[in-house]
Design a protein. Structure first.
Length: 133
């Protein structure tokens, strides 16, 4: 699950980085297409993360990871719909700003959740080693 989740985080950060660059350099249509392409990739990665999280013996025992995964899934769907809900069929580049900020915040929260889950796992190993002494 962690590898899959880390890929998701890097892709979420990539959306927040590359889509504004495409909007700045090219016609707004290309920015919308880049956003849509990254969105489809993020949706596929989200399905993969949820599948791995729900697998038997997976990271589903960590409440932080489960809560973060579901919250990130809701944020992703909201972020993908938001530009068109705010600005109609052909959204202006400014309509993508709230979505990009949501994806960036979701990436930060996912990073924190992964770090905390790894910290918890490491602490379990430390406690186990102390118990063996």
């Amino acid at each position: 699950y962690q590898r899959s989740s880390i890929r998701w985080v890097f892709t979420a950060y990539s959306v927040a980085l590359f889509v504004p660059l495409v909007f700045a350099a090219l016609h707004p249509l290309w920015g919308s297409l880049a956003f849509g392409l990254f969105g489809v990739v993020l949706l596929a990665m989200t399905v993969d993360c949820v599948r791995r999280l729900l697998a038997k013996g997976a990271s589903g025992s960590s409440r932080a990871l489960v809560a973060n995964q579901w919250l990130s899934s809701v944020v992703l769907v909201s972020a993908l719909i938001l530009p068109w809900a705010l600005d109609g069929w052909a959204p202006s580049p400014g309509a993508f700003v709230p979505s990009l900020l949501l994806l960036l915040a979701s990436g930060f929260s996912s990073t924190a959740a992964i770090m905390m889950a790894q910290f918890d796992a490491t602490m379990g190993m430390v406690e186990e080693a102390k118990a063996k002494r």
